[in-house]
Design a protein around this ligand. Structure first.
Ligand code: SIN
Length: 309
């Protein structure tokens, strides 16, 4: 019989507080994914397998964990016994991992990410219901031959292409940046199937995010360029979290021009929660579309990696 494979990476969903009455004072990534599953009676009758890929607070997410996750997903795609994948993740960088998987996954089987805003020991823990929602969504998607990447939380489902964290502490912390949640049996957006080979590079390109704001005079950009030059390292890309629909302080723009002259790829995104920066004819600086600055960083990493091949 085929099963849903649950890959654990940590997060608040696996977090514990020593005093359940003070559940805000908790540590993320304490319980194993097996413990999370065992604690949910509604999952007892489901055909599930678990694998701990990482055990981190997702603020510490990065290349090495993405490599491990990519390997586990590739293995599960080749395993006939696995019908779908659920990933337990922290909420803080979930939108980055979701965006990465949407770009790389080949769409053979559904992948559903889930998370929680309250630790597992909280009296109002949301993790168990979110895990059940994710498993049910993954099972239903596998049955109808769906192969995209979705995110299931707080009774709603989002495409991995659109999802982002939109509230720092509300239980329904996610939205689609203006895109609607997935409804019922609506088809999920097709993943881009770029393949996992890019993750095999030992080191990712260096891409940093700078924000335009009052008095943003480009000091950080010049400092990064000077550091790269002095240390013999390379700054490959910069994402600008722009004001409004892609504008930036003129002094920051002048520094970015210096960076571009030094070979750094620069993309614009927006620090505004919804809408992003839509590309227009004659753009002086490429626009990252609807992606958040953190997601735009993932996308630029992937662009730079494909240029390396
Ligand atoms: C994390 O992102 O790992 C901690 C915060 C959370 O999951 O809500």
């Amino acid at each position: 019989m085929s099963h849903v494979l649950i890959l654990g990476t940590g997060g608040t969903i696996a977090g514990t507080a020593s005093d359940p009455g003070r559940s805000w004072a908790y540590r993320a990534a304490q319980l194993s994914v097996e413990q999370l599953v065992d604690a949910v009676p509604e999952l007892a009758a489901c055909a599930l397998a678990t694998r701990q890929v990482a055990q981190i607070d997702s603020k510490d997410m990065g290349w090495v964990t993405w490599q491990a996750l990519g390997q586990a997903i590739e293995g599960a795609m080749a395993d006939e016994a696995t019908s779908a994948i659920v990933i337990t993740h922290g909420t803080d960088t979930l939108e980055e991992t979701a965006c990465l998987l949407h770009a790389l996954h080949d769409g053979r089987k559904p992948i559903v990410l889930t998370a929680a805003m309250r630790p597992a020991t909280a009296p109002d823990a949301d993790g168990p219901a979110n895990l059940v929602q994710a498993v049910q969504l993954a099972q239903a998607a596998a049955q109808r031959g769906e192969g995209g990447v979705a995110v299931a939380l707080a009774g709603q489902a989002w495409s991995a292409r659109d999802v982002r964290k939109a509230h720092s502490h509300a239980i329904d912390a996610f939205d689609g940046g203006g895109a609607a949640p997935l409804q019922g049996h609506d088809p999920w957006p097709q993943p881009e199937a770029r393949g996992w080979h890019g993750l095999r590079h030992a080191q990712p390109p260096r891409v940093e995010v700078v924000t335009s704001h009052a008095d943003a005079d480009g000091w950080l950009v010049d400092a990064a360029l000077a550091h790269a030059q002095a240390s013999g390292s390379k700054l490959d890309g910069l994402i600008v979290a722009c004001t409004g629909h892609g504008t930036m302080h003129e002094k920051l723009e002048a520094a970015l021009q210096r960076a571009r002259d030094a070979g750094v790829l620069v993309w614009r995104s927006s620090r505004v929660a919804r809408g992003g920066v839509q590309p227009r004819d004659g753009d002086a600086w490429p626009a990252a579309g609807a992606w958040t600055p953190a997601q735009a960083r993932v996308r630029l990493l992937l662009e730079l990696l494909s240029a390396r091949r």
